[in-house]
Structure formats: C-alpha cells, structure tokens
Design a protein around this ligand. Structure first.
Ligand SMILES: N[C@@H](CCC(=O)N[C@@H](CS)C(=O)NCC(=O)O)C(=O)O
Length: 293
C-alpha cells in the first residue's frame, strides 16, 4: 500500500503527518494522520510503540489531532499515534450525507452486510486488515506489534470492540465516553440497523457489552472516562457505560474496568483533552514505557 504525504506539521518537537492512500476495502481514497514524536527523529534506531485513536461521529482524522492534546504525552513517553478517519468519503452511496448518524463520518467500524453499504462501508476490515498492516510496512521504525487502542464516543465503542474481538493484539484499551452498548442506544441502533440490518445476532458481534461476556484474553485493566454533564449520557442514554460494567461482573474482566464518571464534563474535546494525560499514562504502562520527564 502506498501513502502520499499531504502535509507535515511540526508540533511539540515531533510532527503531525497527514497521509492519503487508496483503499481496497472502502474503494475510496482514505485520509489518516500520524503523530511522530520527537524520538522518531532523534533516535532513528529505536522502534516506537503505537497508540491508535478512533474518533466519534462526524470526525475526520483532524479533530483529535487538533483538539486531543496528545503530542506532549507522545513525547513524554515515546509513542507514535495513528488517527484514522471514521468512514469512507465520497463513496457515492445514496443517503450517505443525509445525517451525522450514518454514512460519511459515521462508519461505526463495522463491515456492512446490507447490500447498499457493503461495497464501501468496511471500516472493520479497513482498520484491522488494511490500514494498520499498511502503516507497519511503510513505517518500519514504528512497532505495530506493540500497539494499544483508544477512542471517543463511536470511537470509544470501536476501541473496545477491536480489543475484545482480537484478544492479545492490543496491549491495552481505554475509552472516552464510549457508546458502550450500541444495541441499546439510539445512535448505535441507527448505525447497526443501517449497516447490518435488523438481525440482532449480527449486532452482538460488534457490541462491547455482548463481546465482553465471551472475552477470554489478557486481564489488563481498562480505563474509561465519561462526563456526567454529557447530554448524550444523562439525557439521551446513548453511552450506557453501566451496562458494560454490569456485563463485566460476569466476565473474565470482573473488577478490571476502571470507570470514572466525571462531574461537570460534557461530550466535547474539552472533556476528552482533560483526561488525555491519564489515558496516555495508562497506555504507556502497558506498552512498556516510562516517563522521560
Ligand atoms: N452535534 C454533533 C453530534 C456528533 C458529535 O457529538 N460528535 C462528537 C463525537 S460523537 C465529536 O467529536 N464531534 C466533533 C468535535 O467535537 O470536534 C454534530 O452534529 O456533529
């Protein structure tokens, strides 16, 4: 797979690298951002671990690159970051630009089985089978065997879902305001029914609250933050972290979910970036890194 560099922007001593490539999974061009920390340039012989950040509804790779404030922590610990896009863009599927809830910016990290969407909306295979292996070949200085995953909202769901479906592939997972039980909230039900149809057994293959019950991998603690003043949490009940916690009690991960419910925080990147430091420290620990500051 070949990547074209669209832009390189120096930031906190490292660089945000904006890449584009042709995807065989989505059959469109895809954008992805990387953050290469200062160690990438200063120590070319050292392999660097990687943290993947999956974004939420309506986001491009730029939202978190600009507003997540990860760069200082990538430099503090010495890990690179990957910010994938949230869907194909310009696939030409009828209705894909109708709403922020499905289509462009809202791929839900699934491989669609509904015919209309199934040719392009293949974000599950795109991320796991195309993007990460492609970046691993293109950036030999990055260690894609020492990788962790996090995300926000739809991306928090995505991070948990990839982690539970691939036991051991990621060293750790964390999430900010994850859609923890998509089958039971309006955002998740809308996305899942559009892409997967109405067969709930297909939804269960992606729903973290279902997947955790069968999970049989490492028992690394999982860090979750949710804002109590997030209307998508307390008013719309889109996030349902309690359902995931309850399911975890009957699972191999009993007692392993560290869930912080934070007073006064909403759903935005003002909330996410307030806890970036904690999530960076969490992943650094399981990626075998310690603070260099
Ligand atoms: N009101 C939002 C709903 C979607 C939303 O809240 N998106 C969150 C993730 S679920 C987000 O990160 N938006 C982009 C941003 O804040 O930069 C919209 O219409 O875009």
């Amino acid at each position: 797979m070949s990547f074209t560099t669209q832009e390189e922007i120096k930031s906190f001593g490292g660089k945000i690298v904006k890449l584009q490539h042709d995807s065989k999974e989505t059959k469109t061009k895809m954008d992805v951002n990387l953050y290469l920390p200062k160690q990438y340039y200063e120590k070319p012989d050292t392999k660097l671990p990687v943290l993947v950040f999956l974004s939420g509804l309506s986001c491009t790779p730029n939202n978190c690159s600009e507003k997540g404030f990860w760069q200082p922590y990538c430099n503090e610990y010495g890990f690179a970051m990957v910010f994938p896009d949230t869907s194909p863009r310009g696939a030409g599927v009828e209705g894909e630009d109708e709403t922020y809830k499905f289509g462009t910016g809202a791929g839900f990290y699934v491989d669609a089985t509904e015919e209309k969407w199934s040719k392009n909306y293949r974000m599950y295979s795109y991320i796991s089978k195309e993007l990460l292996p492609g970046l691993a070949s293109a950036y030999s200085q990055l260690d894609f065997d020492n990788i962790s995953i996090t995300g926000h909202s739809m991306g928090g769901y995505g991070a948990l879902m990839f982690y539970f479906r691939h036991p051991g592939r990621f060293k750790s997972v964390s999430a900010f305001a994850p859609i923890s039980n998509p089958s039971n909230g309006e955002w998740g039900r809308t996305g899942f029914s559009v892409y997967l149809g109405n067969d709930k057994s297909k939804w269960a293959e992606y729903d973290p609250t279902e997947l955790i019950k069968k999970y049989d991998g490492p028992t690394t603690p999982i860090l979750i933050h949710t804002g109590k003043a997030d209307p998508h949490y307390y008013e719309e009940h889109q996030l349902l972290p309690e359902n995931l916690l309850k399911a975890s009690e009957e699972s191999k991960l009993k007692g392993k979910i560290i869930s912080h419910m934070e007073d006064g925080y909403n759903h935005s990147f003002y909330f996410v970036s307030s806890f970036t430091k904690d999530h960076a420290a969490h992943h650094a620990k399981y990626l075998g890194l310690t603070s260099k500051l």
